[in-house]
Design a protein around this ligand. Structure first.
Ligand SMILES: [Zn+2]
Length: 255
């Protein structure tokens, strides 16, 4: 729950509240281990607000937002981003150049990332291989940028999915099945998520997502933390919490 401008408790923070939160975190180069920054919010709440606030701040026109949604739906449908040709055609744009400009605007707003002319990610999807695969009912797959994103895809698309993710400590694969907003199976049972507090700022796809992973057990997370002191500070979440975070960040991403 969040407080709106008049102090009422609401389910979703207003754009104003998010803007204020974003302003309070003008965070060039600051580390979230700086407790004075936001002592009450969990690391994941802060990240969620950043992702959602970014969308609010981008102030996309209705047609630009339609293009954003088209890119996400295509990413899910074919497992990779649509070509600029396909974007131009779907959006009734006169030229490929106008599709390029549109994609560039989404890139500048950090809604997607590009390398050269190529879209390489659009939250929550990645065109490049990551630790997190999302498998749809018909068997086709897409990579998610991070553990929370993988769970969020379930809420964004409202489709049953299976998440397969590799533990950074032992490289074994975990399998989490999601249906109707719940985790219906998880193998092995003790899976946890760890979010490293290093580098919250800048582009989330580049700075954060490599540090938001599932571990097959708390014991393996601890082992990994011992070996990786630089990234080992952060917060651990149980699956039901990851589910809530995924829902909060991506639940209305396509609405
Ligand atoms: Zn492991």
């Amino acid at each position: 729950m969040f407080k709106d401008e008049s102090g009422r408790l609401v389910n979703v923070p207003s754009v104003e509240t998010l803007r204020k939160a974003m302003k309070e975190r003008t965070c060039k180069g600051r580390n979230t281990s700086d407790k004075a920054q936001s002592p009450l919010k969990s690391l994941m709440d802060q990240i969620g607000e950043t992702v959602r606030g970014r969308l609010a701040d981008a102030r996309l026109s209705p047609s630009e937002d339609d293009a954003r949604k088209f890119i996400l739906r295509e990413f899910a449908r074919i497992g990779k981003p649509p070509s600029e040709n396909a974007i131009a055609e779907a959006m009734n744009l006169p030229t490929i150049e106008s599709a390029n400009q549109l994609v560039e605007k989404l890139h500048k707003a950090d809604i997607l990332t590009k390398e050269g002319d190529e879209i390489i990610s659009a939250y929550p999807f990645s065109a490049r291989a990551t630790r997190h695969r999302v498998i749809f009912k018909d068997g086709h797959e897409v990579y998610a940028l991070c553990a929370t994103d993988a769970m969020g895809i379930h809420f964004m698309l409202r489709e049953d999915i299976a998440v397969r993710s590799r533990c950074p400590e032992c490289e074994s694969e975990m399998k989490i099945e999601l249906k109707d907003g719940e985790v219906i199976s998880c193998v092995p049972e003790g899976v946890v998520e760890f979010v490293s507090s290093r580098e919250q700022c800048g582009c989330t796809a580049k700075t954060f997502c490599p540090f938001m992973n599932f571990f097959c057990s708390e014991a393996h997370l601890e082992k990994w933390q011992d070996k990786n002191p630089v990234y080992g500070k952060g917060e651990m979440y149980r699956l039901h919490q990851v589910l809530e975070h995924g829902k909060y960040i991506f639940g209305d991403f396509l609405k």
